[in-house]
Write a protein that binds this ligand. Structure first.
Ligand SMILES: Cc1cc2nc3c(=O)[nH]c(=O)nc-3n(C[C@H](O)[C@H](O)[C@H](O)COP(=O)(O)OP(=O)(O)OC[C@H]3O[C@@H](n4cnc5c(N)ncnc54)[C@H](O)[C@@H]3O)c2cc1C
Length: 393
């Protein structure tokens, strides 16, 4: 049997390994002149490949039931698969990395396994179309000519960071096969805010709690380090809210994030006002000095400017604990780490990843409507779906 994998990214590589392990003649068609271009860039070059707390709660998909089937089938096997390649894994607060902290380790072990099994890779080959061939075969058209296969796995990724090869062309491929797409939006991405004061806080990093309200309803909170930039906010806790924000803005909802710059203070705004008042008296210092004890100078100066001389402690406490950040837009696809949206999982069989629209075609990875938060979840889904497709062809 002849199997074709379109795209040598994370999910394509593992699906090719599994198909070849079954003894099938397996070829990957990859538009780049190398495999795993994006994989090498993951986790700032360190590749956060999985998470020890791999739970459905950390994912978004419009078909969570189907995602659960995929999880039940494979989430427990991913780490064993990498160990079987020889990878030694380091656990940093649940985030799993290669012990070398180099994504190269992951890619070279995958490449070695492909080589030893005899998976063929045709580089510089751009797949332009997929068609039915006879009753049971699939024709794959490329810029190098046409090929006929028994089974085809589409692993073309999403459309973030186009230079890695995943530029969204895969969406046209799957649409031509009869699939629909949920809105494709950037996720794990920076957020731009309204107002013109951002230059004043640019460069500050602060431990905060971010609380997202959508059309005035509480949605989600995230704690961690926020990076304040000249357009708004960035950093992992921002990214982890960005998928919800992206989808909300797309639907025309108002997305407001309240930033609590004193997450170490347990009480309410009024309690914080009392705390400030008590400390001012106790320490006999002025307000700026007191605030400088726990906030960066840039922030204190900005707050004073925004308060326009109003030093009412309730207002000061409110600004510090509930700083209103009205999101106007997210940064674009080339700034994000993953796409939210894609082919809905109810258009594939989650037991096999086979398309329900086009026989003998399978879909894996980011082209599907699944996205996770930061922490190895997106590669996690790429591995799980790739393993299932490869084993099922
Ligand atoms: C900067 C950055 C950092 C990230 N860090 C992490 C992280 O640390 N942990 C994590 O879990 N996730 C991370 N991600 C997300 C993760 O990299 C992706 O979710 C994952 O790579 C998706 O795998 P995939 O197999 O679906 O597609 P990809 O890895 O994008 O691979 C798709 C492949 O298909 C090829 N291709 C596309 N179209 C065609 C065509 N028509 N013909 C031939 N070939 C084609 C492309 O060239 C590419 O090689 C990061 C993403 C980015 C951008």
């Amino acid at each position: 049997m002849k199997v074709c994998v379109v795209g040598a990214g994370a999910s394509g590589i593992v699906s090719a390994i599994k198909a070849r392990e079954k003894g099938y003649d397996t070829v990957i068609l990859e538009r780049n002149n190398r495999c795993g271009k994006k994989l090498l860039l993951t986790g700032n070059g360190r590749c956060n490949l999985y998470n020890s707390d791999m739970k459905l709660d950390y994912f978004h998909s419009s078909n969570m039931k189907e995602l659960e089937v995929i999880f039940n089938k494979k989430s427990k096997e991913v780490i064993d698969f990498f160990k079987s390649l020889g990878l030694v894994i380091k656990d940093i607060n649940g985030y799993l990395y290669p012990f070398s902290k180099e994504s190269k380790s992951v890619l070279s072990l995958l490449m070695k396994r492909m080589e030893s099994l005899g998976v063929k890779v045709n580089y510089d080959t751009f797949v332009t179309g997929i068609k039915k061939h006879g009753d049971n075969k699939v024709k794959v058209m490329t810029d190098k000519g046409d090929y006929v296969f028994d089974k085809v796995i589409i692993s073309t990724g999403g459309k973030v960071l186009e230079k890695t090869g995943s530029d969204g062309n895969g969406y046209d491929l799957v649409k031509s096969l009869g699939h629909s797409l949920t809105p494709i939006l950037p996720s794990l991405v920076q957020l731009e805010g309204s107002g013109d004061f951002y230059k004043a806080w640019a460069g500050v990093r602060s431990e905060v709690r971010l609380t997202l309200y959508e059309d005035d309803s509480l949605v989600k909170s995230e704690s961690g380090e926020v990076q304040l930039t000249d357009y708004g906010i960035s950093g992992i806790c921002t990214f982890n809210l960005s998928g919800v924000v992206s989808r909300g803005l797309y639907k025309g909802k108002s997305e407001v994030i309240y930033i609590n710059f004193v997450p170490w203070f347990g009480g309410s705004v009024s309690d914080f006002k009392d705390y400030l008042s008590k400390k001012l008296e106790e320490l006999n210092v002025d307000l700026k000095v007191l605030l400088n004890g726990f906030l960066s100078e840039k922030l204190v100066n900005l707050f004073f400017k925004l308060l326009k001389g109003d030093h009412d402690l309730m207002h000061v406490a409110d600004m510090i604990m509930q700083f209103k950040f009205q999101v106007v837009r997210t940064k674009g696809f080339n700034d994000g780490q993953v796409c939210s949206g894609g082919v809905p999982l109810n258009e594939i069989n989650p037991e096999t990843m086979e398309s329900l629209k086009f026989k003998n075609v399978y879909l894996t990875g980011e082209i599907l409507d699944v996205d996770g938060i930061c922490g190895g979840y997106n590669l996690g889904f790429a591995w799980m779906s790739g393993l299932i497709a490869g084993e099922s062809v």
